[in-house]
Design a protein around this ligand. Structure first.
Ligand code: NAD
Length: 263
């Protein structure tokens, strides 16, 4: 299937590693011009080099903290200046702390609102008017299966990612007539550093080894294993494609069947 993505300009946020990086690599393989950001320049430079070697395509990068609206604005502006437009934006950030309600301070709540909810708003405010000008755009938010089934001990993720799903669905209604689709993708247990951190905490709390938590988690997934970042990235690339032009306002999980609900 030809995804029709050659020459499209794609921003992928928080992409020095993990799911963001996998999504950027997949879009590069489909022929997109790629712009990535994360907080640390040295990590990004290394990632960009490796991605260029793997895909044969140049990667534009900037050190950006996605919780800072001015930094997001300057980054999107720089991408627009370099490539002349922005066609695709995949919003992403590191996960918020994994804690129960009683263990969270108000400062942690406020920081998580910036990181997990508002960072999506900062990007949307910058990219949607640019996409509207060209009557074509794809905005993808990365959340979690927690928007379909809250996960024990992840109060911030369970609460704030639901807001992102609501944001994406409402934007899909407001911008569909402008040739822009907005979809939300939900990773399940996917082999990245973030999952490693979550498993480490669970192992500590339960007094068992990380290997035991990994084994239990894989056993809970109908496909019998944890997912790979490239499996997640394949859905992102499809939703960004010409082929997905009628997919709008969806929230789709890539979780090996872990969510037990119907939708
Ligand atoms: P990861 O920790 O492997 O990578 C996170 C990326 O975000 C890194 O590039 C990091 O540098 C960047 N980042 C963090 N904070 C940032 C900030 N303030 N500004 C800019 N960049 C920042 O995580 P991941 O597994 O790729 O997860 C991506 C998102 O998906 C997270 O929100 C995570 O909680 C969520 N998620 C992951 C899983 C999983 O199993 N991996 C499951 C559900 C949800």
């Amino acid at each position: 299937m030809d995804f029709g993505l050659k020459g499209r300009v794609a921003i992928v946020a928080a992409a020095s590693k993990g799911l963001g990086r996998a999504a950027a690599e997949e879009l590069a393989k489909e022929g997109c011009e790629i712009a990535i950001c994360a907080r640390t320049a040295a990590d990004l430079e290394q990632t960009a080099k490796e991605m260029e070697a793997a895909t044969g395509r140049p990667v534009f990068w900037r050190a950006v903290d996605v919780t800072k609206p001015e930094a997001v604005s300057a980054f999107v502006d720089a991408v627009d200046k370099k490539f002349g437009r922005v066609d695709i934006c995949v919003t992403n950030a590191g996960g918020p702390p994994s804690k129960k309600f009683a263990d969270l301070s108000l400062d942690e709540w406020r920081a998580a609102v910036d990181l997990t909810l508002l960072s999506n708003v900062f990007f949307a405010r910058e990219v949607l008017p640019r996409m509207k000008r060209n009557h074509w755009g794809r905005l993808i938010t990365i959340t979690s299966i927690s928007v379909k089934q809250p996960i024990d001990g992840l109060m911030l993720s369970n609460c704030l990612r639901a807001g992102v799903a609501g944001l994406a669905k409402t934007l899909a209604n407001e911008y569909g007539a402008d040739g822009i689709t907005v979809n939300n993708v939900c990773p399940g247990y996917t082999l990245t550093d973030r999952l490693g951190e979550l498993f480490e905490k669970r192992a500590k709390d339960a007094g068992v080894t990380i290997a035991e938590i990994e084994k239990q988690s894989a056993a809970a997934v109908p496909i019998g294993r944890l997912s790979r970042p490239d499996e997640f990235a394949a859905l992102v690339a499809f939703l960004c494609s010409e082929r997905a032009s009628s997919m709008n306002g969806t929230t789709i999980q890539v979780d090996g069947g872990l969510i037990k609900g119907l939708l």
